[in-house]
Design a protein around this ligand. Structure first.
Ligand code: DGY
Length: 323
């Protein structure tokens, strides 16, 4: 008998067809994203769930007694309560590799956009502000040959470093829990202690996953150590930063600007002060959001789900839950 699965996220036809071949599929048909309460009602019989963003914790698992596998359609898995999943023997999978280059591209889009004021000047042109005369008011900051500091040197960090080094001749420095000698020699990047990285970098890019150790990792003290001319980029998770401290640092001119793909609260609240700041570029958590990459992530999440339930294939179990 095919295992029962529930799709809490919308999948492309090919990924759904793949799952239909290997599993008995039920899915969320609602127009809005499914809530946790709805998922609990809908997935009572499911042995596997494919989802994105919903907290997989004791409350959920307690009410889904058949559940054996949760397939996250994202590389980040801060929605997994790892201790609870381990205790209950739940397999948790995610979608690494396929989005590395796409997220690295977005980080560069943010770097270029804040430093050359692309979003701000786009608004300026549309508003009819462009008149002939001196353009000194429109000057930005060079990216090429600047110092790029990357906090979190995983696969995405390496893809960002490669772009900085090879595409923009940047001096690339990094900080990570452990040093990466291979990346250092292959990419020509340098390891720095966090304080040194903050003090030296023209662009500080935060790429660390959200864990209990990295929650609020960049806060008041960190912003105080950055150059006043520095730009801060976050494409990891909103909670890795103390957002109030970021707002203060921007308001007081302690840093020059920010490019943000992620926020403490998503979708971002309309009264968030960041929305009013011209020196900030905001995008709605689109790091992996290209059609090709989201297709690959969906296929990988589908393969992970079917593979984990049927004991077949090469699946991507998150490292803390690996047997
Ligand atoms: C992920 O997969 O964790 C990314 O945040 C998606 O953009």
């Amino acid at each position: 008998m095919k295992p029962k699965v529930y799709l809490a996220a919308r999948l492309p036809q090919e990924a759904e067809a793949y799952l239909q071949e290997h599993c008995h599929v039920n899915k969320w048909e609602g127009k809005q994203a499914i809530t946790k309460t709805q998922l609990i009602e809908e997935a009572k019989e499911a042995e596997g769930i494919l989802l994105t963003g919903i907290a997989v914790d004791d409350e959920l698992l307690e009410q889904l007694p058949q559940l054996r596998v949760v397939s996250n359609m994202s590389v980040g898995y801060n929605n997994f309560d790892l201790d609870v999943m381990k205790r209950r023997g739940i397999i948790g999978t995610h979608t690494p590799f396929v989005l590395d280059a796409t997220v690295a591209d977005l980080v560069f889009a943010l770097i270029l956009s804040v430093s050359r004021r692309i979003a701000e000047l786009d608004r300026f042109v549309r508003a009819g502000g462009w008149v002939k005369g001196s353009d000194a008011d429109l000057f930005g900051t060079d990216v090429h040959h600047a110092t790029l500091g990357i906090i979190g040197m995983g696969r995405i960090g390496e893809a960002i470093a490669a772009r900085g080094k090879r595409g923009f001749d940047m001096d690339v420095v990094y900080h990570n829990r452990s040093r990466k000698p291979d990346a250092e020699s292959q990419l020509g990047i340098r390891y720095l202690e966090l304080d040194e990285l903050l003090a030296q970098s023209d662009f500080v890019v935060l790429m660390t996953p959200l864990t209990e150790e990295t929650r609020g990792y960049i806060g008041r003290e960190a912003f105080a150590k950055m150059k006043r001319s520095a730009f801060f980029i976050n494409a990891s998770r909103g909670q890795t930063v103390d957002e109030e401290a970021l707002i203060e640092a921007l308001q007081s001119g302690e840093i020059a600007g920010a490019g943000l793909d992620v926020f403490a609260q998503e979708p971002v609240s309309p009264d968030n002060p960041l929305l009013k700041m011209d020196q900030v570029v905001l995008v709605p958590h689109i790091g992996s959001a290209t059609a090709a990459t989201r297709f690959d992530m969906a296929m990988l999440a589908a393969r992970n789900l079917a593979g984990a339930l049927n004991g077949t294939g090469d699946i991507h179990i998150v490292k803390e839950l690996q047997p």
